[in-house]
Structures are given as C-alpha cells and as structure tokens.
Design a protein around this ligand. Structure first.
Ligand code: NI
Ligand code: MN
Length: 226
C-alpha cells in the first residue's frame, strides 16, 4: 500500500492495483493548487469522509474525468448520484469488500453539510484493509471513545489523524487517539492549510516522540509505503 499526500486531508492510496483518492481538495488549497493538476489525477474510487468544502471541492470533476466511483455515506452518495456519478453508499458501522480490499465507514464527531447548505449526513472516517496492511483514516473528528472499537476488529498499521486543532482534534488529543486505535504510527493531516490550523511541526513531532510514537508529516506529493 502506497499513500501520497496531496495536502489537507487529500490522499492518494494505491492498493492492489487500484487508485483511491480521499477527500479531494486541491484547487482551493493555496498550498497545493500550483503543485497538482487535478486533470492528471487517475483514480478508480473517491472516498469522502464528509461534505465540507475542504474535503469534496474537486470530487465531482475528478470523478467525472475518471468515471470513478464515489464511496461515502448515503446522503453524500445520493448527492453525487444526482450529478450522474457512479456511487457506492455506506453508513456508519457498515463494511464492504471492494476489488481493492475491505472498507468500513466508522464514526466521527464533527458536522457535515455541503457548501450550498445541502445536508451531508453524519461525518465519518474509513478503515481500509488491503489484506497485508490496514489503515485508519479518521476524517475530521474530535477525539472520541468510539475509536476504541477499531482495534477490537482490526490491527491498524497506520493511523491518519487530523492534528490542526480548532476544527478537529489537535496534537494532544491525536496522541490519545493513537492509543485508542492501538497504533503508534501516525500520519498527520488537516494542518497548516488555513490560519486557524497552522502548527509547529517540530513541537508536534517532539510531543509524539515523548510518548514513544512516530508522527509523520509529509511534504505535498511525498509518499509513504506500507
Ligand atoms: Ni470538516
Ligand atoms: Mn475539514
């Protein structure tokens, strides 16, 4: 499994020969928009954690360019189905085996509405089990006790957690979240994009290492291989 960081919560995951894009927000991200051309992104699936603009902005264009399937909660899936896009609706606690692996839509505590005010269902995160490696993508969320349910069913190899604070968990709660999901390897997301969520990278990494955990912060377009 290869994971490439496209800024904010946007990730390209290559697993079992398929390309999966998570929460595409490129053209509206000042840190990313000059580095990535969305017209060149090749994907089979787009996973959306919730309906906020900073997670779905480029989903319609990329899905249509690629004839990709959007996977999200029922309300978000229906929204894109009405735009003529192929979708796979899910809801919390449900899992499905796709041709690249198993996906479970898990709980998050946050809000979820489209930019035009359309209801976006309840927000979630994803567990992706690719067979050899399993990752947890928290999405935008507070620290929540529900995270403790995840390691009861999965051995998580990488936890992808928001760390920017203000709209989501910050560093200190993300450290606790990594305990809850029983994974000491954390890829930080949802930081630096806007003024509210700028963080001190060295301080964040130090806080994790003091708890014997590893915080990975990738440069835009850099990857990690699991
Ligand atoms: Ni959000
Ligand atoms: Mn967000």
């Amino acid at each position: 499994m290869k994971i490439t960081f496209y800024g904010h919560n946007t990730l390209l995951i290559e697993v079992n020969g398929k390309n999966i894009l998570v929460d595409p927000f490129v053209t509206g991200n000042p840190l990313v928009k000059d580095k990535i051309n969305i017209e060149t992104i090749k994907v089979d699936y787009i996973l959306l954690t919730h309906a906020h603009q900073d997670h779905v902005l480029d989903a319609e264009v990329i899905a249509k360019n690629n004839n990709a399937t959007i996977v999200s909660n029922y309300e978000i899936a229906t929204y894109y189905q009405n735009l003529g896009i192929t979708v796979h609706p899910m809801n919390h606690g449900g899992k499905w085996t796709f041709d690249f692996g198993e996906v479970k839509y898990v709980n998050a505590i946050h809000t979820s509405s489209f930019a035009d005010g359309t209801y976006g269902g309840q927000p979630g995160g994803f567990v992706i089990d690719g067979g050899n490696k399993t990752i947890y993508i928290a999405g935008d969320t507070a620290l929540t006790m529900d995270m403790k349910l995840i390691p009861m069913a999965y051995n998580i190899d990488l936890a992808i957690l928001p760390i920017g604070d203000n709209f989501t968990m910050g560093i200190d709660d993300a450290i606790i979240a990594s305990d809850f999901v029983a994974c000491n390897e954390v890829l930080g997301v949802h930081y630096d994009t806007f003024g509210y969520i700028e963080i001190d990278h060295d301080r964040a990494k130090k806080k994790f290492s003091e708890k014997s955990k590893n915080l990975i912060l990738l440069e835009i377009t850099d990857s990690i291989e699991l």
